[in-house]
Design a binder for this molecule. Sequence first.
Ligand code: ATP
Ligand code: MG
Length: 368
Amino acid sequence: MGVEIRVEGLTKSFGRQVIWQDVSLSIPAGEISVLLGPSGTGKSVFLKSLVGLLKPDRGHIWIGDRDLPRLPESKLYETRKLFGVLFQDGALFGSMNLFDNIAFPLREHTRKRESEIKNIVLEKMEMVGLLGAEHKLPGEISGGMKKRAGLARALVLDPEILLVDEPDSGLDPVRTAFLNQVFIDLNAQIGATFLIVTHDINTARTLPDNIGLLYQRHLAMFGPREMLLTSEEPVVRQFLNASKVGPIGMSEEKDESELEAEAKLGHDPGKLPPIPPQQMPSNGMLRTGMHAPGAWCAAHGVTPPPGSFIDDLGRNWVEEWPRYVASMSPVGAHGGPGAPGAPGAPGGPGGRFPGNPPPGRHGSGAGY
Ligand SMILES: Nc1ncnc2c1ncn2[C@@H]1O[C@H](COP(=O)(O)OP(=O)(O)OP(=O)(O)O)[C@@H](O)[C@H]1O
Ligand SMILES: [Mg+2]
């Protein structure tokens, strides 16, 4: 499950305003990728272009042998069914309860019977921890629940690709941590290709397999999490460390005088902080897209900053990883049903795993 999206030389402008140009990247199948960038750099425009809602000026978006911008309308309609999209505001219909909101794409795009629709809707609501809230109206629930309802709706057609625009905007850090856990668990369960736009640096550091950064009308970098978290490139370094020192200023770019003043003060961007362990599924599965901690650094001769891959219990995940993988059932090792109660499996008797929120997870009907 999950398909690769190959973007080549993509350029988009509105009138004379170039939003970004020559964007090329391959979003790996089944992995979780995060797209970062200062406000207004065109992240939402990028997602809308991927799904065919906006037409790029130039370039290609390959999904298998289909080039999206060049597909006739009928084929584009078919290809769009591969996508589940959660827009920035959740885009729920205010007058419909959550059940009907989530059932909407099934009633619009399929000929399934109501009994089948009910099964699917309840299954997806359970996946995102919303069971019990079927009859609530969007106006009666919290921001976090709205995001999860939007997510359940994005899942009902079993997408191969899930695009999510700022799921964490307006959420507090605890709710963000819970929502991130939902993404990790979902990815383990459905194995789709995830692309998540976020502003949250902690999310970017702990959630994805890959990180991309849009900056100054270009894709500054896209690659494995460990590559970006150890990058010396000033923009990447500043953004991923949420530092005021570097080329990004309040109005996106600092002007010459600000940069000069910083250089005079001799600001040192400082040592890189440790690479945190990646957040793990809580459902006793391994994600197919997940890479062994430290593998990218080892393969590229990069020494990770001291203290990297160590969780809050002091375990070093470069050493723990082989044991952890061995503790999984053979089916679970590649994203199958897994072994929820296997010794050492997250959520099982083995206790907490790196980056997981405290036990209790995203329980049904919880009010966040
Ligand atoms: N349909 C449109 N027509 C004209 N300009 C647009 C349109 N959609 C977006 N833009 C412009 O494109 C630029 C990028 O917008 P976009 O919403 O993609 O930014 P963003 O990176 O998602 O920002 P944020 O982080 O604040 O959500 C903005 O200058 C915006 O005004
Ligand atoms: Mg946006």
